[in-house]
Design a protein around this ligand. Structure first.
Ligand code: FES
Ligand code: FES
Length: 387
């Protein structure tokens, strides 16, 4: 396979090198850039030893293609040598005997840094939950948890914050003007404020807007979209787990990414405005195995574009928290969402034509890995075609 030119910022300095498109970031950093602080354990995204920061978010460098980091800001454990906050974390690790062989330690330190910055009020239980994606064969974790508690208990963790770039939300093509009005899901009293997310609680969450062109009439599309039992059959991996009552629903969505399988089960609320053919969904779910939480809201509007055609405008806000959040790089999620939405659009057209899938059919998981591969291919082709 021919090599490609790859350039990004590594620990504050621009780096340039050549590698095959399939080369993982961890291999590129270790073998091309000769920075061996990043360790490789499982090489399939499970153990967390290879965790680095990409654009301010922790990510598994063993399942991130180096070429997909074109232009990104990558920070490895070496990049924290002079960081005051990381110095405190390192000292706390020493005080609490939070390492033995040290193999997991670069990933543990990176994850600890993220926890301390993001969750200043985290208690031991929360710290353990956040560390669930990092495996240590030696310590039994007690010292690691104590070290992080120690840092959180002493002095607010302000140092290091300014130096870390933050990812920006990814927005797609402009949505319809109707969606720039206050969304249905943001309307006061449109859902249970005690349990479900709303516009305020999702402030700062990742944001995606998309428009789908459908080869079905606006009325037919609306009839399908306003029937939760029907539209759910058009979403790969999704299913309802009970009847829809008073706009409240319970459901689940299956996601399979390589060796990782997650079933987000939760509940939500739907609202519809038939006059304007617009609706909203808010929901919150959790994968019990990985203890990863997903919450979000979706506004949609159907616009007539001609006889037998319409446009579906979507405005989504979502937040992932917990171990699997490391797979939620906004750019990658956006690419995966595009491919998933293309499948949904085709399923809507089939359903309206009457040859859709049966409601009783067991939901198939989202093929996250296949979608991710497609998404990465698309990103790479954009990167190397200069678009
Ligand atoms: Fe990357 Fe294990 S080596 S998660
Ligand atoms: Fe040995 Fe964690 S200290 S694997």
């Amino acid at each position: 396979m021919s090599e490609v030119e790859i350039g990004f910022t590594l620990n504050g300095a621009p780096v340039q090198g050549r590698a095959e498109p399939r080369t993982h970031l961890a291999d590129f950093i270790r073998e091309e850039m000769l920075q061996t602080g990043t360790h490789l354990g499982c090489e399939q995204g499970v153990c967390g030893a290879c965790t680095v920061f990409i654009d301010g978010r922790p990510a598994r460098s063993c399942i991130t293609l180096a070429a997909s980091c074109q232009g990104a800001d990558v920070r490895t454990v070496e990049g924290f040598d002079d960081d005051a906050l990381m110095r405190r974390i390192r000292e706390a690790f020493s005080r609490h005997h939070a390492l033995q062989c040290g193999y997991c330690t670069p990933g543990m330190l990176t994850t600890a840094y993220d926890i301390v910055r993001r969750l200043p009020d985290a208690d031991a239980r929360r710290i353990r939950r956040e560390l669930a994606g990092n495996l240590c064969r030696c310590t039994g974790y007690a010292g690691i948890v104590s070290a992080i508690e120690d840092v959180l208990a002493n002095d607010p963790p302000t140092a290091g914050l300014a130096a870390m770039p933050r990812s920006v939300p990814v927005a797609g093509p402009a949505a319809s003007p109707a969606l720039s009005e206050p969304g249905i899901t943001a309307a006061a009293g449109s859902h249970d404020p005690g349990a479900l997310p709303d516009a305020a609680s999702l402030k700062g969450a990742a944001h995606l807007t998309r428009s789908l062109t459908l080869s079905v009439g606006a009325g037919e599309a609306w009839a399908l979209l306003s029937a939760p039992e029907r539209i759910v059959t058009c979403v790969p991996g999704a299913g309802l787990t009970g009847p829809v009552e008073g706009g409240k629903l319970a459901g689940q969505i299956l996601v399979a990414v390589g060796p990782i399988k997650a079933t987000f089960a939760g509940r939500g609320a739907v609202t519809f405005d038939a006059g304007r053919r617009r609706g909203g969904l808010v929901g919150r779910g959790r994968d019990a195995l990985s203890r990863t939480a997903l919450e979000g809201m979706l506004d949609f509007v159907v616009a007539e574009t001609g006889p037998g055609t319409c446009r579906l405008d979507l405005d989504m806000r979502y937040r992932l928290a917990g171990p699997l959040a490391q797979f939620g790089r906004p750019e990658l999620v956006a690419e995966i969402a595009d491919r998933l939405l293309a499948e949904v659009a085709a399923a809507i057209e089939r359903e309206v034509r009457g040859d859709g899938i049966s409601v009783a059919e067991a939901p198939k998981p989202i093929k996250g890995f296949a979608l991710m591969v497609q998404a990465l291919k698309a990103m790479l082709s954009r990167i190397f075609s200069g678009r």
